[in-house]
Write a protein that binds this ligand. Structure first.
Ligand SMILES: Cc1cc2nc3c(=O)[nH]c(=O)nc-3n(C[C@H](O)[C@H](O)[C@H](O)COP(=O)(O)OP(=O)(O)OC[C@H]3O[C@@H](n4cnc5c(N)ncnc54)[C@H](O)[C@@H]3O)c2cc1C
Length: 587
């Protein structure tokens, strides 16, 4: 008698379904056909432990361990989850055959003519769905698009402080972003940053930032490959993490884009020529906004229990056996889809309120005027250094995977000697311009800047400024654009009128609040004592913050920036000022 189930696709949800069936019906023979020998996807996803609730657990405690791990960190790499489920499946006697299924008749039914059931767990582009149920069975609604930056960190990753980091970061970004930090294993931590991008950006990148061929952020020329809006966000996010001392493995940082459509089926079970076919996971219900795994696992637990409870009817080929399940699926899919549409509205609302808040002059969450510029500078320094010096670094530090801190340390070591050589080069170049006294003086000024008080990125930019200046003088036409955009990276003060106004407004509001509250405390205005004390504290905080912003707003710009600006004006007298696109202004 047929007592077999063949699954096509050993992804996480197929494996989970099979494990659940096997744990409850050990006599059922289960076979998988899986096209990949090694799992391909490494992104870190959000997996709520509750998505595994109501399951049956194995005796060895692997499922229990997975649940408790997810309770402490609800983020896991896709391939890590897949591999641990695969190991458990094998332990339970589930057979995995590595074979790509192109034709179900030839590739599956010829090997397993007595299979009671064939389950398509072969993902969003399911062959089983297309071949058996027909392409029209899937109902698709395009919803959103995402760009993922994926990378590994040596040691622990930075965790954002929700209030102080996330909001200012998002405020300076074009796209809403969320960060998934996975579990540290073998000394490295996986990080995935998701950005909800627009359709136009997705269309521009869909053929050059794919899972098979992602954009390598630190070795490809991202300035040319990425649209400026996304590049700004990449710099802000990665720069933030570098600024906070995250030891990023630079070769691992890559960017891919994906479409996030929602897709459900009209029906997910079907009897054909005496065989039952089923669909599960993304093949049955694919959801936007990274909910597919969570929603899919819950449905899979239900599906497997249904099979276990109705196994005798399935073997007896009862044509009505899945009627109740289909009713359940119908409601489940409808609710999941509706939640997706609600999430889409929430994402859009959040996105526009964040974008709008970036224009508000009143910046409550403003703690350092160079903060955002620093993020960008850190990214640019490590990025440029890794591009310029990666080969040299690799040949000097043999056998080590280049990480941001290692490159930084290595570069810091080389810096003093390197800067002496560069300064001499600059002085020599300046001698060619004695007949242009102003330019000559500016070049000498750049050559003689004191590096004593410069920090790492300032020194790095100073060195790069000399190289870029020499290149500009050698070939002004070709280098003009590069030089201009470089100057903007060096800029370190984001002073602007709106920032000044918001600082003054805060100072005034603080003064008024403190005065009124003090007056109330001495009895001339009718306010309770706790309200007066609260007023004084809030007013004091506003005053302090307002003065802090004012002070930073008036802080002078750095010398390298001022000097290269001067050189630009003298070496390229007719050049137009380009818009600052690389470092955002703080209002
Ligand atoms: C970038 C990204 C981030 C995500 N983040 C989240 C998140 O944070 N939370 C969440 O809940 N969900 C997330 N998801 C969704 C989640 O990854 C999917 O819902 C989940 O992987 C679906 O599992 P599955 O087993 O149904 O299909 P898949 O994971 O697609 O697995 C299908 C398997 O079938 C195999 N296969 C396919 N075709 C054939 C064939 N013809 N022959 C043999 N084998 C075949 C494949 O090799 C694969 O192993 C994310 C998805 C993406 C792309």
């Amino acid at each position: 008698m047929a007592n077999e189930i063949v699954f096509i696709g050993a992804g996480p949800i197929g494996l989970w379904t099979a494990i659940q069936i096997k744990l409850q019906r050990p006599n059922v023979k289960i076979v998988f056909k899986e096209k990949h020998e090694v799992y391909q996807r490494t992104h870190t996803l959000f997996l709520n432990h509750k998505s595994l609730a109501d399951c049956v657990k194995d005796e060895a405690g692997i499922i229990e361990q997975l649940i408790s791990q997810l309770k402490s960190i609800p983020h896991i790499r896709t391939n890590v989850l897949e591999t641990s489920l695969l190991d458990l499946a094998k332990q339970l006697g589930i057979v995995i055959e590595h074979q790509k299924v192109d034709d179900i008749e030839n590739d599956v039914l010829r090997d397993y003519p007595d299979a009671a059931m064939v389950v398509g767990s072969d993902g969003v582009r399911s062959q089983v769905r297309n071949q058996v149920f027909g392409e029209e069975n899937a109902q698709r609604s395009p919803l959103a698009y995402a760009a993922q930056i994926k990378y590994s960190v040596k040691g622990k990753a930075v965790h954002e402080n929700q209030l102080f980091d996330t909001y200012p970061l998002l405020k300076q970004s074009n796209y809403l972003a969320s960060v998934n930090v996975g579990k540290t294993q073998d000394g490295t931590t996986p990080v995935t940053i998701q950005h909800f991008i627009d359709k136009e950006t997705y269309e521009k990148l869909k053929n050059k930032a794919t899972f098979q061929h992602p954009i390598k952020i630190f070795s490809d020329n991202v300035d040319e490959q990425l649209p400026p809006e996304l590049l700004k966000d990449v710099k802000t996010q990665i720069g933030f993490r570098l600024t906070n001392g995250e030891d990023v493995l630079v070769d691992s940082v890559n960017l891919t884009v994906t479409e996030l459509p929602q897709q459900r089926c009209q029906t997910t079970t079907l009897q054909k020529d005496g065989v039952y076919y089923g669909l599960i996971g993304d093949a049955a219900l694919a959801l936007s906004f990274f909910k597919g795994m969570n929603t899919g696992l819950k449905l899979a637990t239900h599906f497997s229990k249904y099979i276990v409870d109705h196994w005798e009817q399935i073997i007896a080929k009862d044509p009505k056996v899945f009627t109740q399940y289909e009713e359940f699926y119908d409601q489940y899919a409808e609710i999941a889809l509706q939640q997706g549409f609600k999430t889409q509205t929430t994402v859009k609302t959040l996105q526009s309120s964040i974008n709008t808040s970036a224009y508000l002059p009143f910046q409550f969450l403003y703690f350092g005027n160079n903060q955002i510029a620093d993020f960008h500078r850190q990214f640019d320094v490590i990025h440029q250094i890794s591009q310029f010096y990666l080969e040299a670094y690799r040949s000097s530090v043999v056998g080590e995977e280049p990480s941001s801190l290692a490159i930084k340390a290595w570069f810091e070591e080389q810096m003093p000697a390197g800067l002496v050589i560069l300064k001499k080069k600059m002085q020599k170049t300046a001698e060619n311009y004695v007949e242009e006294p102003k330019l000559h003086a500016a070049l000498l000024k750049l050559a003689n800047l004191s590096t004593e008080k410069m920090n790492f990125s300032e020194k790095a930019f100073y060195g790069l400024a000399i190289s870029r200046t020499c290149a500009l003088l050698e070939n002004p036409q070709e280098q003009a654009k590069k030089f201009t955009s470089f100057i903007e990276q060096v800029k370190n003060v984001n002073s602007s009128a709106s920032l000044m106004i918001s600082s003054l407004l805060e100072v005034i509001a603080g003064l008024v609040l403190v005065s009124v509250s003090v007056a109330a405390l001495v009895g001339s205005v009718g306010m309770s004592t706790p309200a007066s004390v609260a007023g004084i504290s809030t007013g004091g905080a506003l005053l302090t913050h307002g003065f802090y912003k004012l002070y930073h707003n008036m802080h002078p710009q750095n010398d390298t920036y001022k000097t290269v600006q001067e050189i630009k004006g003298l070496a390229l007298p007719d050049s137009e000022e380009d818009e600052d696109t690389s470092i955002p202004e703080l209002e």
